[in-house]
Write a protein of this length. Structure first.
Ligand code: ASP
Length: 291
């Protein structure tokens, strides 16, 4: 039986040198949170959701608290989860201020419906017992500063990525993936990125789990995670599979980003075409973070 393993990312982008350690440490912490779940016999789904929840609660990343803002300065959150064993999936898009969108997406694994959006996603989340917050509870000063730079000063929206995700393999060899984001800074209200879309930002089956981050529109055009998974199914290593699809995105679709992947057997991969992609890992006897 392959050994349990979890890998997380804190977004592809360009984290300034002086902040890289902090981003790596947050990922190492999230990986260890997911690792504890695996260590105590939890499933891959439970582990990725616990790890992503830890990243959502950390205001340095663009998800949950600390999320990017719409052009109106509002909160609009996207998240999804997929279980490789059952092929079940759940996702939310354009969700307002809820602390942990990944937990709402996780609840949808029990439903026939996969993706809920906007006000109806919020109503459903509240009906499941999730608390709706004031937007201010998720908006942090660094996000407001970046929002002003993009929306009021017309600056570049390359706000150090910060989307978060996790992939895991549990003690039974089952796989799962989850991703969560506030999306692109200054996005149109109602814009949905790649992160809540199964087969684009998130994918898991019996052979591999993938979570992506980057220019959402380009990743959608490439159907990113499904392409990576197809390559792995045909025998490519995860690192080569991610690199190949990233190359196509860069060459033909005008985007950049990165992804993490764990195969059912063999080496995991964290590959990017951007300057940085913070990530963390945990397996019995080995854990850490990098950016
Ligand atoms: N992929 C995310 C989106 O387009 C952004 C990111 O990963 O930084 O919503």
């Amino acid at each position: 039986m392959p050994e349990p393993l979890i890998l997380v990312h804190g977004g592809a982008g360009s984290v300034p040198t002086e902040s890289r350690q902090r981003h790596a440490d947050g990922c190492a912490l999230a990986a260890s949170v997911g690792g504890e779940v695996l260590d105590s016999g939890g499933t891959a789904v439970e582990a990725v959701c616990a790890a992503v929840e830890s990243l959502e609660n950390n205001p340095i990343y663009n998800s949950g608290k600390g999320c990017a803002l719409t052009c109106n300065g509002g909160v609009s959150l996207d998240s999804s989860v997929m279980c490789g064993k059952t092929n079940r999936a759940g996702g939310v898009a354009c969700l307002g201020a809820f602390r942990n969108p990944v937990r709402v997406a996780q609840c949808l694994l029990e439903e026939e419906t996969i993706l809920l959006v906007g006000i109806e996603a919020e109503r459903w989340a509240e009906a499941q017992g999730f608390e709706r917050l004031q937007e201010d509870e998720l908006i942090v000063p660094s996000a407001v500063k970046a929002w002003k730079h993009v929306v009021q000063e017309g600056g570049s929206s390359n706000w150090a990525g910060g989307t978060v995700g996790a992939v895991a393999r549990d003690a039974h060899g089952d796989l799962a993936a989850a991703t969560s984001t506030g999306g692109t800074m200054g996005k149109l209200p109602g814009r949905v990125g790649d992160s809540p879309l199964i087969g684009v930002g998130t994918y898991a089956d019996e052979l591999c789990a993938v979570s992506a981050t980057g220019t959402g529109e380009a990743f959608m055009r490439a159907v990113f995670a499904a392409r990576v998974a197809d390559r792995i199914r045909r025998g490519e290593e995860p690192a080569g599979a991610i690199q190949n699809v990233l190359n196509r995105i860069e060459r033909e679709l005008g985007g950049a980003g990165g992804a993490i992947s764990i195969p059912v057997e063999g080496d995991y991969a964290a590959i990017k075409s951007t300057t940085t992609m913070s990530h963390g890992w945990w397996s019995p006897g080995d854990s850490g973070g990098d950016c």
